[in-house]
Design a protein around this ligand. Sequence first.
Ligand code: GSH
Length: 219
Amino acid sequence: MADTASSSRYQLLGLYDSPFTRRVAITMTHYGIAFEHLSLSVFREMDAMRPLNPLFKVPMLTLADGEKLYESAYQLDYLDELAADRGLTPLTPRSGPLRRQVLQATALALVATEKAVAIAYEGQRPSELQWPDWRSRLRGQMRQALAMLEQQLAASGGAGGGFLVGERLTQADISTVVGIAFVRYVLPHEWPAGDYPTLEALAARLEASDAFIAVPINE
Ligand SMILES: N[C@@H](CCC(=O)N[C@@H](CS)C(=O)NCC(=O)O)C(=O)O
């Protein structure tokens, strides 16, 4: 892939309270790829978003030549390839057993995150149309995924400063921590404080790092 990043302008569309948008922004910051953040809400600013992205789904990453990339996983795949071309270590290894392990831990993070987002949407329905059993199911799935991540992180030395897979930061860590941040910010009553101490320690460590600080959840 041609490395045009240094001379180009990337645009990332979406608020950072979207965990999917935030993980892409943190990844770009981690790689040192400059971008313009188009901070528009898919719900409150539809008129402004329509000409940019009539799908009203974020994140959307626009490349220097105007090509638009949808779906955060594919945006991350593009960024990892760019990073590898630049001699950086990709946050998801490009091949081998470590790639599979990082993708699987990231999949758990996405289950937790997607179920949390679904709980938030359920809460926006008129109260007479809300379905408590469905919310309970979503909550159970979210907590199951978090418990599996907690177990994996504890087993890999997370309490002592380790990461979910191997000995360095990967996309699994970033996706997990942005999911946790989303729950705490948008659904604070849904975060079972103290149940996942190793995940909480990882979140505290990463949220204090430069790449996370540069991408605040309220922007
Ligand atoms: N799998 C998608 C999920 C993106 C997603 O669900 N984004 C939400 C914001 S958190 C959104 O755009 N919601 C508005 C909608 O889907 O109508 C990705 O990773 O890019």
